[in-house]
Ligand binder design. Sequence first.
Ligand SMILES: Nc1ncnc2c1ncn2[C@@H]1O[C@H](COP(=O)(O)OP(=O)(O)O)[C@@H](O)[C@H]1O
Ligand SMILES: [Mg+2]
Length: 342
Amino acid sequence: MLTDMPITVGKPITIDGDTYFIERILDIGGLSRVYLGINQKNQEKVAIKEFIYQNFYNKLTHENDIDDFFDNEVINTQAQARSPYKTMKVLHYEKRLNLETPEYYIVFSYIEGKTFLDFYREFIQSCRGLAHLDLASIVRYIFLPLVDLLDYCHNQEYIIHRDFSVKNIMIQTNEEGDFWPILIDWGVSKYVGPEWIYFTPKPYMTPEMPRDIPINQKGAPPEIKFGYMPTAASDIYYLAHLMYFVFTGGIMREDSEILSDESYVLSPKDVNWFIPDGYNEVVRKMTQYEPADRPKNMKEVRNMLEELVNIQHIHFDFEFFMLEPDTDELTGERISSSKEPN
Ligand SMILES: Nc1ncnc2c1ncn2[C@@H]1O[C@H](COP(=O)(O)OP(=O)(O)O)[C@@H](O)[C@H]1O
Ligand SMILES: [Mg+2]
């Protein structure tokens, strides 16, 4: 029996032959803890993801699923990193199986930057001073690169990310003020293979359709919530939910709002009356209930987004919306205002 200590802040750990000093915790989630480590050999920063063994116990099968989840995350993170785009890399990984509680570690390249959530909050705040939010820049410099990476994943690797959220996108910046995204957390990504990736019969959720683990994230498309096979169109829905978040000043779909199939369709204009129609239409198309009714692939999404940013250079007045909404935050109804012109 090895007597290796589990990972500890302020101490070194050796994973797959390389030793890292553990600086601090970056994040603690339900299934993992992520630490900032420094490679003792070359001072390179890394992110070390430690899987929490007990939390992978499957109550239905009475087995622990950690091995499958671990292998899946390693393999799919490596797959997306083969793309020609900016990505997070797997540097090392190690399973320690001959312990009372097995330990599982993945060492990733460290992504210096902020989560998309923190980036967006700051973006909004700094834009408020200028009294406008430059939506076109976010589409151009954040959404378009993500569309390209996902297009690669769908067409070359046949994997679906399936957890596209404000905390699974890191935003990097440089001194010139450029910014770009890195998609992280391939933890619930899935290899579906070439026959399934674009297979979207309508209706999609039928007894013939293969089932998969149901995932209950905010902004998940119906087929994922109800535990069906993910498809390229599922990532399209997740992406649109992020666009909805950006175009509404930070609103996410609430599960309590889902009253019917129709409520999966997101309309940023219902919340933010100042959003241009083109932006509203794109989000609506991408969030259709049936995968078959969404754009058919990421190339089509790219064309729609390019059209938006090329034709409409929008700097719309965001401050006005924040201070004096025209629509009710909860119901989305127009608020009749006394300042309405007579
Ligand atoms: N390579 C990385 N570089 C920098 N921060 C990271 C990296 N990987 C993860 N993080 C941070 O840790 C958080 C959790 O990591 P993630 O892989 O999303 O795990 P979980 O499956 O628990 O959501 C991320 O939201 C991010 O803030
Ligand atoms: Mg995550």
